[in-house]
Write a protein that binds this ligand. Structure first.
Ligand SMILES: *Cc1c(COP(=O)(O)O)cnc(C)c1O
Length: 385
C-alpha cells in the first residue's frame, strides 16, 4: 500500500475533517507503542509465555494498586467473574442477582457456574443497581449480588454491602469498566468479597488481546481462583480439582505492567474529558450523565447521553463525523440467550427505557479539546422534536 502514497490528489483530511473516533488505542501513541514492543520482545526472548515472572509481578502491582491483598490474573473479565463465583462455592441451585443493564458477560458468568442469574432493574438516573432494587429480588436461594460499576461510574456500595453482610450474601463487584474508580476513597474491586476486571483492549486498562483479574482480601478465595484458572494444579502434576485453562498470558501481563503505570493519569484525563463534555453538551438537546455522587466517582469508560429521539441523534452524529455506539441496545433479560428466564418486555422498565434512549459518545484519555468542540457543535445542531 505504501507505493500508492501520493497518488491521490486530495487526501481525505483535505476534503472533510476525519471522523472523531469512538476510542483511540495504543497504536496511536508511538512512544507508548515502542515501549510496549520492547517488553513484548523481552518476554519472547525469554520464551516464558505462561504464568511466571511477568504475571506474578503484574499481580503484585495490580493488587497494590487496587488496595487488595491478592490479584489473580485470568484469561478474561468473564473468566474473572466465573472463577470468583465458583471460588466462593456458588453453583447449581443458587441465585445471583445481576443488573440487566450490563454487558451480557455478567449474566453468562453466573450461568457458567450452574447458578441462576436473577436479572433486576437499575436506577434510571445512574443506570446502576441499588441496594433497594437488589433487596426486592432476595429469596432464600440468593447467594450473591454482582454490582456492575457500569460506564466507569461507582455503584452506591455502602448500603449494598451493609444489606448483604446482614443476610450472609456475597458481593462480587464487576469492575470491568471502572478500573481505578473510587468509592469512599477506596478503589472499586476492593469493596466486596471479590472484584473482577477485564483487560479487553478498549477497557480503561487494556491489553493486546484478552485478559482479566480477580482481586480479593480473602486468601482462601485467591488460592481457589489460582487452582481454577490452571487445571486445579496445586503443585506440579498434583491436580486438586477438575478445572480449565484460564490463565493470563505473560505477554499481556508485561504490557499491562507498562500501562498500569499510566492508568491514574489516563483516568484523570477521562474524568476531565467527561467534565468538559458534560459542560459543553448541557444545552438541553440531550441529557448528559448525572454527576458522580459525593462519595463516588466516574472514570468515564463510556460517556453515555440520553435522548428520546436517540436513533435520529445517531444519524445526525454519523452525518457530522462523530462516532457513536449504544451500550446496550438490548437489556440482558430480553436477549434470546436468556429467553428461558421467561421475562417479557415491560418487566424491567428503567433498563428498557435506557436501552432505547442511550447513546455513547467518543471519550478516551487523549481526546483533544477541538474534538470535544466538534462533538458539542454536532449535538447543538441536533433538533430532537
Ligand atoms: C468487558 C466486560 C465484561 C467481560 O470482560 P471480557 O474480558 O470481555 O470477558 C464483563 N462485564 C462488563 C461490565 C464488561 O464491560
Amino acid at each position: 500500500m505504501n507505493s500508492h502514497n501520493g497518488s491521490s490528489v486530495l487526501t481525505p483530511s483535505e476534503t472533510t475533517p476525519a471522523r472523531v473516533p469512538f476510542t483511540r488505542l495504543d497504536n496511536a501513541d508511538p512512544e507508548l507503542l515502542a515501549e510496549l514492543l520492547e517488553v513484548v520482545a523481552d518476554v519472547a526472548a525469554n520464551a516464558a509465555f505462561t504464568l511466571g515472572e511477568a504475571v506474578e509481578a503484574f499481580e503484585r502491582e495490580f493488587a497494590a494498586w487496587c488496595n487488595s491483598a491478592h490479584a489473580v490474573g485470568v484469561s478474561s473479565g468473564t473468566a474473572a467473574l466465573e472463577l470468583a463465583l465458583r471460588g466462593l462455592g456458588i453453583g447449581p441451585g443458587d441465585e445471583v442477582i445481576v443488573p440487566t443493564n450490563s454487558f451480557i458477560a455478567t449474566a453468562e458468568a453466573v450461568s457458567a457456574t450452574g447458578a441462576t442469574p436473577v436479572l433486576v432493574d437499575v436506577d434510571e438516573q445512574t443506570a446502576l443497581l441499588t441496594a433497594a432494587i437488589a433487596e426486592q429480588a432476595f429469596t432464600p436461594r440468593t447467594r450473591c449480588v454482582i454490582p456492575v460499576h457500569l460506564y466507569g461510574r461507582t455503584v452506591e456500595m455502602g448500603p449494598l454491602l451493609e444489606l448483604c453482610a446482614k443476610r450472609g450474601i456475597f458481593v462480587v463487584e464487576d469492575a470491568c469498566q471502572a478500573h481505578g474508580a473510587r468509592y469512599r476513597d477506596r478503589p472499586v474491586g476492593s469493596l466486596g468479597d471479590a472484584g473482577c476486571f477485564s483487560f479487553y483492549p478498549t477497557k480503561n486498562l487494556g491489553a493486546w488481546g484478552d485478559g482479566g483479574a480477580v482481586v480479593t482480601n480473602d486468601s482462601n478465595l485467591a488460592a481457589q481462583v489460582r487452582l481454577l484458572r490452571s487445571h486445579g494444579e496445586a503443585t506440579r502434576h498434583n491436580h486438586e480439582l477438575p478445572a480449565r485453562t484460564d490463565r493470563l498470558d505473560a505477554l499481556q501481563a508485561a504490557i499491562l505492567r507498562v500501562k498500569l503505570e499510566r492508568l491514574d493519569d489516563a483516568n484523570e484525563r477521562r474524568r476531565n474529558a467527561g467534565a468538559l463534555l458534560s459542560a459543553a453538551l448541557d444545552q438541553g438537546n440531550v441529557t448528559v450523565p448525572a454527576a458522580a455522587a459525593a462519595d463516588g466517582d466516574h472514570v468515564f469508560h463510556l460517556f453515555v447521553v440520553r435522548s428520546p429521539a436517540r436513533d435520529r441523534l445517531r444519524e445526525h452524529l454519523d452525518a457530522n463525523g462523530i462516532s457513536n455506539a449504544i451500550h446496550y441496545p438490548t437489556p440482558i433479560h430480553l436477549q434470546p440467550a436468556y429467553a428461558g428466564l421467561g421475562m417479557k418486555q415491560g418487566s424491567l422498565p428503567n433498563a428498557e427505557r435506557l436501552a432505547v434512549e442511550s447513546c455513547s459518545l467518543p471519550i478516551f484519555p487523549t481526546i483533544e479539546e477541538r474534538e470535544i468542540e466538534r462533538i458539542a457543535t454536532a449535538v447543538a445542531g441536533f433538533v430532537a422534536a
